[in-house]
Design a protein around this ligand. Structure first.
Ligand SMILES: [Zn+2]
Length: 356
């Protein structure tokens, strides 16, 4: 590539926007994968695979569609945007959110993308269906994603509702997207592990102590939704099911026991997981400051927003998915795994400026 003249390079890069594969085969040899950060996570884990599979709160891996949520087959997550407007709003965010997982160490054979298998729109919109994640935009603050994939009946399917407003949740739209992408691949919230909570005080809990000091009254919708909880383990502040029945946001914090998920009891908790809420998530705003919904049990500290996947998130991800990807990722220059990706993106920005 260094032999190319500047003009030629610009032309080639521009062509690459539409035909990545063509560009790659002409000018780019695949890099030495051992040099990439992705291998460090896969090779550097201190846990064996069996332990990893039980360690975090995720779906049970399966290559077949199952009734309960499970992993995407072929280590591949195809997605479709609901319409062109959604694509304009969210395409870059989805790619940047996924890149945050890749640069954190997710194996390059695990891939998500648009694979041209999206159904034709009906009345302007692609609808939910089997075999892909439908991405839908909203402007009313909803960030909601189905967990992994499962057996869906006709007309149903995995989906992500995403509001790109950068003031929401972590105050970082790419981080919010990376968290939702975690759900899409099969991760539940770290704080909802049953063992995270005291089994005497909280419904569905299995642990001996609370890992966090949960301040239910600091949730933004407490006044509107909680009613008058009586303090027992089945009230709206102690039971995920009760909170859910009232549409109260405590449902995102409280323990959730599911027979079909794997969780190793006595395991350490990952305070750096992108799937763990920071202390202020969902908190009410008092005098312009968002209240803490919890502090950490072991040291009383406020937990910051984890805006990138932790090493343990990545270890779990790589262990959960096989590396038999249906769409082999050749590590093209426009993929996050390519060492020349950053310079490619810079050139892409320059090209765009030149063209506009
Ligand atoms: Zn979440």
């Amino acid at each position: 590539m260094k032999h190319c003249g500047n003009m030629l390079l610009v032309k080639a890069i521009h062509g690459c926007l539409y035909t990545g594969l063509l560009f790659s085969t002409i000018t780019l040899a695949c890099p030495d994968y051992q040099d990439l950060p992705f291998f460090k996570a896969a090779n550097g884990s201190r846990l064996d695979k069996a332990e990893l599979l039980k360690r975090y709160y995720t779906v049970e891996p399966s290559e077949e569609a199952t009734q309960a949520p499970s992993t995407w087959p072929g280590s591949t997550l195809p997605y479709c945007f609901e319409n062109d407007n959604t694509k304009t709003l969210l395409k870059d965010l989805v790619e940047d959110g996924w890149k945050r997982w890749q640069t954190s160490g997710v194996d390059y054979n695990i891939h998500m993308g648009e694979y041209n298998n999206c159904p034709a729109p009906v009345n302007g919109n692609v609808t939910k269906g089997i075999g892909y994640l439908l991405i839908q935009a909203n402007t009313d603050g909803r960030l909601l994603t189905t967990i992994g994939t499962q057996f869906y009946s006709e007309g149903n399917g995995a989906f992500m509702l995403f509001d790109p407003n950068p003031d929401l949740a972590m105050g970082d739209a790419v981080a919010n997207m990376a968290h939702e992408i975690g759900h899409a691949w099969g991760f539940y919230h770290e704080q909802q592990r049953p063992y995270f909570w005291n089994k005497v005080q909280y419904a569905q809990a299995t642990g001996p102590t609370n890992q966090i000091n949960f301040v239910c009254t600091n949730l933004a919708d407490y006044v509107d939704k909680a009613g008058t909880p009586n303090g027992d383990s089945n009230d709206v502040c102690h039971s995920e099911a009760t909170a859910k029945s009232r549409g109260f946001s405590a449902l995102e914090y409280l323990p959730m026991k599911m027979s079909f998920t794997a969780e190793l009891e006595l395991a350490d908790f990952d305070w750096k997981s992108i799937m763990l809420y920071g202390s202020t998530i969902g908190g009410k705003v008092v005098n312009g400051v968002r209240a803490n919904v919890y502090t950490r049990g072991h040291d009383g500290a406020v937990n910051p927003h984890n805006t990138s996947p932790s090493q343990l998130d990545v270890d779990r991800f790589n262990a959960m998915y096989t590396k038999k990807a249906k769409y082999k990722n050749p590590c093209l220059i426009n993929h996050g795994c390519n060492p020349k990706y950053a310079s490619y993106m810079n050139l892409k920005v320059k090209c765009k400026k030149k063209l506009s």
